[in-house]
Design a protein around this ligand. Structure first.
Ligand SMILES: [Zn+2]
Length: 144
């Protein structure tokens, strides 16, 4: 007897009260960052406290990012056994530098792997991962 098909998915967020604004905005096509009112720096992934000066949650707020980034590094993935990633190979797992400063783990889409270049300009776009769930990914910038 065969085991039941693996219906688990490893690409969906586990949202909680703190991260819900981030995912709600993503579903609307907006990338949110957290910015500290004390030191002025933005960070990502979202944390309640500022990771630079440790200002408390009352000093750190959400803001909409420009969506502009440059490619810091990447790796083209040819095999991934975790569903649903195996259906997407090859894909470009990437780290990008957001225009606001934070470095973000993501994926570059709409670009042939051979065309990827360190420092290339990117812009955010969103993949609908499930009904009402969108994940920020990046593509080559189309605007100046
Ligand atoms: Zn700070």
């Amino acid at each position: 007897m065969n085991p039941p098909p693996d219906t688990a998915r490893y690409d969906l967020p586990e949202t909680d009260e703190f991260t819900r604004p981030y995912w709600d905005a993503a579903a609307e096509g907006r990338l949110l960052l957290r910015r500290c009112a004390d030191c002025g720096r933005a960070h990502h992934y979202p944390r309640e406290f500022c990771p630079f000066c440790w200002a408390g949650e009352d000093r750190v707020t959400w803001e909409t990012a420009s969506g502009r980034a440059t490619l810091y590094t990447w790796s083209v993935i040819h095999r991934n056994d975790l569903p649903p990633f195996g259906t997407r190979v090859p894909y470009a797992a990437a780290v990008v530098d957001l225009a606001e400063g934070p470095r973000m783990m993501t994926e570059v889409v709409d670009c042939e792997p051979a065309d990827l270049r360190i420092g290339m300009r990117l812009e955010v776009t969103f993949r609908e991962a499930a009904d009402g769930v969108a994940v920020a990914v990046f593509r080559p910038a189309r605007t100046a």
